[in-house]
Design a protein around this ligand. Structure first.
Ligand code: SF4
Ligand code: SF4
Length: 240
């Protein structure tokens, strides 16, 4: 219904499914019937996605956004024809001029990037909400260096087994159930499931401060399951 609903994930999914090009059609800017002006959101999302495609090694011209009214049938036909020819000229996805990415590598890069969509949207939230009124601003909104940095400094969260007191707060608040939680057991983040929202980092009580933020570096391996039981000091004394 609204181009503002076209999520970054949808576009990446289309490319993951082997599409050679993606075109997003939206109503003319400033002609939205609602106060939301979702087409401005679609625009910033498309600009971000173009930079991401570039980062992956794909030609950003494979993605286009066009604004037109429903009365402009001729223009729609023209744009589609033009884009179709352009995409044909670019060649199959990953095999175009300057691309040359192995299909397996491309699939894994697209899958990795798709997993990071919630994180990317959270980090770039402010810019994604911009209302760009001057086309000259389009290229400047997201820079290549900025996006390269975004990927090289991706944040991960890790629970320090020495500090975790199994209070379970983080597990209750994690929106994607990415924390392995059990009574009296050191909690562990399942990195594959984590969407890097930072909630666990914020809610872990300061007196424990068990969740750490890692920028860009590797995450330490999780504690083996048979070593996760927390032995409380009092109990330790009783037992000895
Ligand atoms: S960063 Fe968010 S998604 Fe990841 S483990 Fe913490 S609360 Fe869950
Ligand atoms: S909130 Fe902190 S102390 Fe509590 S279970 Fe999570 S990591 Fe451990």
């Amino acid at each position: 219904m609204c181009s503002g609903r076209v999520d970054l994930e949808f576009v990446l999914r289309a490319f993951s499914n082997g599409m050679d090009g993606v075109i997003i059609g939206g109503c003319r800017l400033n002609e939205c019937n609602y106060i939301t002006h979702g087409n401005y959101h679609a625009l910033t999302m498309a600009l971000l996605c173009k930079r991401i495609l570039e980062h992956i090694g794909l030609n950003p011209e494979r993605l286009r956004i066009e604004f037109m009214s429903s009365a402009e049938g001729n223009r729609f036909a023209e744009v589609m024809g033009e884009f179709g020819s352009e995409v044909t000229g670019l060649g199959p996805l990953g095999k175009g001029k300057g691309e040359g990415i192995d299909p397996k590598e491309l699939k894994s890069k697209l899958a990795e990037t798709t997993k990071l969509v919630p994180y990317i949207k959270m980090v770039k939230n402010e810019k994604l909400a911009s209302r760009l009124t001057n086309p000259e601003e389009y290229d400047k909104l997201f820079t290549k260096d900025e996006i390269d940095k975004l990927f090289s400094e991706v944040i991960s969260f890790y629970i320090d087994p020495e500090k975790c007191q199994a209070c379970m707060t983080c597990a209750k608040r994690c929106p994607v159930e990415a924390i392995i939680s059990a009574k009296n057991q050191v909690h562990v983040i399942e990195q594959e499931k984590c969407i890097k929202c930072g909630t666990c980092f914020e809610v872990c009580p300061p007196k424990f401060g068990a969740v750490t933020k890692i920028s860009g570096g590797p995450v330490p391996p999780p504690l083996p399951e048979d070593k996760r039981t927390i032995v409380r000091k009092g109990k330790e004394k009783k037992e000895s």
